[in-house]
Design a protein around this ligand. Structure first.
Ligand code: PGA
Ligand code: MG
Length: 226
C-alpha cells in the first residue's frame, strides 16, 4: 500500500462505518422489520436489508417500502414515508447496538495506525445521531479526530464533499489521504475526491463485487494493509 503514498504511510485515513468497521445489518434489519410490521407490511429480512444499506436511512426506508433497490420515489405516499421514517428512527434508536459487531482486524488496524500517528476520520452515510453513540458503544470514538454522518453536510457519499471537508479539516492532500470503505459510494466518492481507496470484500455493496468499481486495493481483512 505504501507505493500509493511515496513509500510512506498516508497522512490521513478516512473510514466508512457500516460494512467496513461495523457489521450493523442485523440491527438495521431488526429496525426495518419492526417498522414494516408496525405498518402491517411484510418483513423484509436480513438478506434484503443487507443489499439496501449504504445510502443512508431515508433511502433504506424508501427501499424497504417499495422492495426495490432503485425506488421510484414519486410512487411512495409522502404520509406513509413520514410514518415509516419516524418508526424506523425510533426502532433503530432502541436497537442499534444489540446485535451489531466489529469486523475482525478492525481494532488492531486502528491501533496500528494510531500508534504511528496517522490521523483518522470517520465518514459514514448513517445519520449522525446514531453514529456517535455507536462509536462510543464500540469504543471507537477515541480514534477519530472528525466524525461526519450522512446528514452532517449538504451532500453525502458518493458525492466527494464529505471527504473534501475532512481533508480540509485535517489539512491533508488527496494524494496523502486514504479512503477505506465497503461500497461503490465510498469508492466513487474517493475517486471523485482524488484519494486512493481500499475496498473491503466482506461488507455491503448492494450484492455487487467491489472489484467492479476499480478500487486501488481490495482486502478481505484490514490487517492485510499492515
Ligand atoms: O447508513 C448507511 O446507509 C450506510 O452507512 P455507511 O456509509 O457507514 O456504509
Ligand atoms: Mg458502508
Amino acid at each position: 500500500m505504501q507505493s500509493l503514498f511515496r513509500g510512506q504511510l498516508p497522512e490521513l485515513v478516512l473510514f466508512d462505518l457500516d460494512g467496513t468497521l461495523l457489521d450493523s445489518v442485523p440491527d438495521l434489519a431488526l429496525a426495518t422489520d419492526q417498522m414494516l410490521q408496525a405498518l402491517r407490511l411484510e418483513p423484509a429480512g436480513e438478506t434484503a436489508v443487507r443489499s439496501w444499506v449504504g445510502n443512508g436511512a431515508q433511502v433504506l426506508v424508501q427501499r424497504a417500502l417499495t422492495g426495490q433497490q432503485d425506488p421510484d420515489i414519486s410512487s411512495i405516499d409522502p404520509d406513509l414515508f413520514e410514518r415509516a421514517f419516524t418508526l424506523f428512527l425510533d426502532c433503530y434508536g432502541k436497537c442499534s447496538a444489540e446485535r451489531s459487531q466489529l469486523y475482525p482486524g478492525v481494532l488492531e488496524y486502528l491501533d496500528w495506525l494510531s500508534s504511528r500517528d496517522v490521523k483518522m476520520g470517520l465518514v459514514t452515510n448513517k445519520p449522525i445521531r446514531f453514529t456517535i453513540p455507536l462509536l462510543e458503544t464500540f469504543n471507537l470514538d477515541r480514534y477519530f479526530g472528525l466524525v461526519l454522518g450522512g446528514d452532517s453536510l449538504e451532500q453525502k457519499k458518493p458525492d466527494p464533499l464529505p471527504l473534501q471537508h475532512a481533508m480540509n479539516e485535517f489539512s491533508s492532500m488527496p494524494d496523502m489521504t486514504l479512503m477505506v470503505g465497503d461500497s461503490k459510494s465510498d469508492i466513487r466518492a474517493a475517486q471523485a475526491a482524488g484519494c486512493p481507496v481500499v475496498a473491503v470484500t466482506y461488507g455491503y455493496n448492494h450484492g455487487e463485487p467491489v472489484a467492479d468499481y476499480a478500487p486501488d486495493i481490495i482486502v478481505d481483512n484490514l490487517l492485510e494493509l499492515l
